[in-house]
Each structure stands twice: as structure tokens, then as C-alpha cells.
Write a protein that binds this ligand. Structure first.
Ligand SMILES: Nc1ncnc2c1ncn2[C@@H]1O[C@H](COP(=O)(O)OP(=O)(O)O)[C@@H](O)[C@H]1O
Ligand SMILES: [Mg+2]
Length: 253
């Protein structure tokens, strides 16, 4: 029996539009489990990013609950929510949002310094370890503008996990990368998940979705399909692709 790291109950999100309300998420009930690499798929505009933002407390749901460690983050005070996002959650985006005048090392370490639970020496050691793992130790003192997009995204992953988050959220993390850099990023996420990192990733890229142990399919703000998979193995990628493709076709993807 898996433990839920996050639970959404009757989650709704609407936006004001032309004097009315557009409903983007409609009554979503969902558990995200510890240890899973969960992927949310769906067509462009289906509400994937909206769902990720509502679940992670980056944006507030219109109604419903998002339970994390017994607390409803929808009802949390802004200061409490900000502290939670900083200490318990990690975020990776399509655009890396690195701080341009900080070195790669500083970009990774600063969120660690802001986490009062950790001593600076421990943060520095973990930042160095992560830079090795992400193969960017050789550009430690470079600025983001001095390295490639792939190196920037690997830096953003290291930054996202510096505080050992309970859940790592990723919104189209390979969306701005070429095939080689995408693969490197997906390999790193797969490896983090194998080490126990829970991940919730949004993508419309089939190759990225293949890394999931669970895929949820979103249409018009509702989860209309779910597929559970064994952990990703490179040598079985082809048959996995066939399986996921068949499942997606059944959903008229
Ligand atoms: N801040 C906003 N205000 C109004 N409409 C929005 C806002 N954010 C997203 N939407 C609308 O919500 C729908 C879902 O968007 P989004 O969650 O970004 O989809 P996806 O990530 O699946 O492409 C889209 O129709 C989009 O135009
Ligand atoms: Mg999106």
C-alpha cells in the first residue's frame, strides 16, 4: 500500500474571463503517491499547468482541498505556503529561471541557505555532490549565460532538489531542449526517482512520459485515464512506447 504525499479533493480552478468564469479544473479527486514518478499528460490547453500550480501551492485553487501532511494548502496563509514551497517542494520549469548574476553553484546553494533547517557547510557539500551528479561541476563558477541550455536545466534540477523535497514538481522540463539535452534531463529525473524522489511532471512529450511509473490523462480539467507502469528501463523503451502509444490512442490523444 503506497502512501499519498499529496491528495486533492474536489479541486476546482476557474478564471474570470469576459465577465464570466471559465472552469479549468472541475472537481478533481487525486492522490499522488510517495516514490512514484507521476506524469500528467493531455492536449495543450487541457489544464495541466493549472493543475500543477494548484497542487503545488504556486497558485490557489478556487475551491476544494489539497492535503499535504494533514494540512490543506488551499487554506494556508501566504507566508506559511511560501515556507512550505521553499522547504518541502522542488520546482523545475520549461524556462529555467536561474538568477543571471549568480554562479551555477550559487543558484543551487542559495535556496539551501534560505532553509533554516540546514547548516551552510552541509548545503555546500550537497550542492557540490549534486553538481557532480548533474555533470556540471566543471562550470561551477560560470554564470547561466555562459553555459548551454542543457547545463542550465541540469543546474535547475540540482537547485530544485537541494532541500531534499518531499515532491519534485516539473512543468514541461524538456520543452525548451534538443533531443540530447532532453534525454540527459530525463535520465537524471529517472535516476532521482530510482533513489526514492517522488516526482510530479507535466508534459505533452511522449518520450518524457515514458519515464513515468504512473500516467494520468487530463481532458477539459478532468482525469479521464490512468496507466501504471513498472520503473523505466532503457532496454525496454521500445515496448514501453508501444504500450503507452496504444493507451493514448484509446484516449484519442
Ligand atoms: N491566468 C489565467 N487566466 C485565464 N485563463 C487561463 C489562465 N491560465 C490558464 N488559463 C486557461 O486555462 C486553460 C488551461 O491552461 P493550462 O493549464 O496552461 O493548459 P496546459 O498546461 O495543459 O497547456 C487554457 O485555456 C488557458 O487559456
Ligand atoms: Mg502548460
Amino acid at each position: 500500500m503506497k502512501n499519498a504525499v499529496l491528495s486533492a479533493k474536489a479541486l476546482c480552478k476557474s478564471f474570470a474571463h469576459e465577465g464570466g468564469q471559465v472552469h479549468i479544473l472541475s472537481n478533481v479527486d487525486l492522490d499522488i503517491y510517495e516514490g512514484d514518478f507521476t506524469v500528467i499528460m493531455g492536449a495543450s490547453g487541457s489544464g495541466k499547468s493549472t493543475m500543477l500550480y494548484a497542487l503545488s501551492g504556486m497558485d490557489r485553487a478556487t475551491s476544494g482541498q489539497v492535503l499535504y501532511k494533514g494540512k490543506d494548502i488551499v487554506k494556508m496563509k501566504e507566508s506559511e505556503l511560501a515556507a512550505l514551497r521553499r522547504s518541502d517542494f522542488g520546482f523545475i520549469f520549461q524556462q529555467m529561471h536561474l538568477v543571471s548574476n549568480l554562479t551555477l553553484f550559487e543558484n543551487i546553494a542559495v535556496p539551501g541557505y534560505l532553509n533554516k533547517a540546514k547548516a551552510a557547510d552541509d548545503v555546500n557539500a550537497r550542492a557540490d555532490m549534486l553538481m557532480e551528479k548533474m555533470s556540471i561541476a566543471d562550470v561551477k563558477t560560470h554564470l547561466p549565460s555562459q553555459v548551454s541550455g542543457g547545463q542550465q536545466q541540469r543546474c535547475a534540477i540540482a537547485r530544485a532538489v537541494i532541500n531534499e523535497p518531499s515532491l519534485l514538481f516539473a512543468d514541461e522540463p524538456t520543452g525548451a531542449l534538443n533531443r540530447k539535452n532532453s534525454n540527459d534531463v530525463l535520465d537524471l529525473l529517472t535516476s532521482l526517482n530510482r533513489e526514492g524522489q517522488s516526482i510530479l511532471m507535466v508534459t505533452h512529450d511522449l518520450r518524457a512520459a515514458l519515464r513515468a511509473t504512473r500516467i494520468l490523462y487530463l481532458e477539459d480539467g478532468k482525469v479521464i485515464g490512468e496507466l501504471t507502469l513498472p520503473p523505466f528501463e532503457q532496454q525496454a523503451e521500445k515496448s514501453r512506447e508501444t504500450q503507452v502509444n496504444a493507451w493514448l490512442s484509446s484516449l484519442e490523444w
